[in-house]
Design a protein around this ligand. Structure first.
Ligand code: DOR
Ligand code: ZN
Ligand code: ZN
Length: 382
């Protein structure tokens, strides 16, 4: 298409099913205005925000406040996820029906790893009766312990406490069995290991109603990046081996992975400049996710598949209708410039997190225009 002299490729506006926007309570890291503007600049028309805020989003009034505020801003649409358990303490289920009525898009205790099996079973049964999906940050807290990076030869060489691959696969195995038992829709967030991915592949073959997502950082970075002791690379689950990253890419190709989610996790620069032991976990990526994935993997996956992972795949996970560009549909669309090369320049980010592990990397596939409900939510250069 050509618009006002600029060309591009029109796709449905991207759907982000996993972002930490930090409001309420941690606005020094991010807020709705900065996070949703950043999302629109990344080509996203819709964002599912995580509830590990302060206070936790376990109260219908907070869901309503977030949705109302986001609607006034006019950037990407916000669909808040609500906590599965009160205070994300993993003990007592939140008021899921009231949270759904208030507009919650899904339930999750992401950021915590502490739902016990009984609570997850009850939560899945309750959410399923409401036709809602539960998503899990699948890491066994006791195996993960105080690990700050992947447990392996690099953590041993650096003398840093490790978080083993088995902390993920053990929890994914458990959660698959609970999904099998309850027949309820379970979504596994940010898979990082070949072993856990394989468990999901087999569960899907068995007909367990499970979906999963993979993040750009687990596909493009590895534990080798921690050798410089730079806490920018500290994230949970941690960056793994190149074999894990290759396995995740195969999972995108063969349909095991349903969607790409960013796990956009903004923190302040001073927090991320601390040492590896004390810096917080998380990598911000909402403004670079599509161009990064396009530049690195369009040859392997093809444009159609890549766009599906950022749009219909994410919609399927959420139980939403597939986005469409049919006449009469709400104009949620993004124009991508697949040709122009541009380096990642964190100082220009709309996000408050103005740093990036991909800073300086030259990428293609940058969004130039994002329309949300027919209104311009982002226009490059404007
Ligand atoms: O790296 C992470 N950052 N993993 C999480 O589970 C939470 C997230 C955050 O909230 O910063
Ligand atoms: Zn998580
Ligand atoms: Zn997360």
């Amino acid at each position: 298409v050509t618009l006002d002299g600029g060309g591009g490729t029109i796709v449905p506006a991207l759907i982000e099913l996993h972002a930490h926007l930090r409001e309420p309570g941690q606005e020094e890291k991010e807020d709705l205005a900065s996070g949703l503007a950043a999302a629109a600049a990344g080509g996203y028309g819709t964002v599912v925000s995580m509830p590990n805020t302060s206070p936790v989003v376990d109260d219908p009034a907070i869901v309503r406040q977030l949705a109302e505020k986001a609607a006034r801003l006019g950037f990407a649409r916000l669909r808040p996820a609500a906590a599965l358990t009160k205070g994300q303490q993993g003990k007592e289920l939140a008021e899921l029906a009231l949270l759904k009525d208030a507009g919650a898009a899904m339930f999750t205790d992401d950021g915590r790893t502490n739902e016990d099996a009984r609570v997850l079973r009850l939560g899945l049964e309750y959410a399923s009766s409401l036709d809602m999906v539960v998503s899990v940050h699948a890491e066994d807290a006791t195996l993960r312990a105080d690990g700050v990076m992947h447990e392996g030869e690099v953590s041993e060489a650096l003398g840093l406490p490790g978080n083993p691959a088995e902390a993920e696969s053990a929890r994914v195995a458990r959660d698959i069995e609970i999904a099998r038992l309850t027949k309820a829709r379970l979504h596994v967030q940010h898979l990082s290991t070949a072993r856990a991915l394989d468990l999901v592949r087999r569960a899907k073959a068995d007909g367990v109603p499970i979906t999963c997502e993979v993040c750009p950082h687990h596909l493009t970075l590895t534990h080798e990046h921690l050798r410089g002791f730079d806490a920018q690379y500290k994230v949970a689950p941690p960056l793994r081996t190149s074999e894990d990253a290759a396995a995740l890419l195969r999972g995108l190709s063969d349909g095991t992975v349903d969607a790409v989610g960013t796990d956009h996790a903004p923190h302040t620069s001073s927090e991320k400049e601390r040492d590896l032991l004390t810096a917080p976990f998380g990598i911000p990526s909402i403004e670079v996710a599509f161009p990064l994935m396009y530049t690195r993997f369009a040859d392997t996956l093809g444009l159609q598949k890549l766009v599906d992972l950022f749009t219909s795949g994410a919609a399927r996970v959420m139980g939403w209708d597939a986005p469409t560009l049919e006449p009469g549909a709400p104009a949620d669309l993004t124009i991508l410039d697949l040709d122009t090369e541009r380096a990642v320049e964190p100082s220009t980010f709309r996000s408050k997190a103005k740093f990036s592990p991909w800073a300086g990397e030259v990428l293609r596939g940058w969004p130039t225009l994002t329309l949300v409900a027919g209104r311009v939510a982002f226009q490059r250069g404007a």
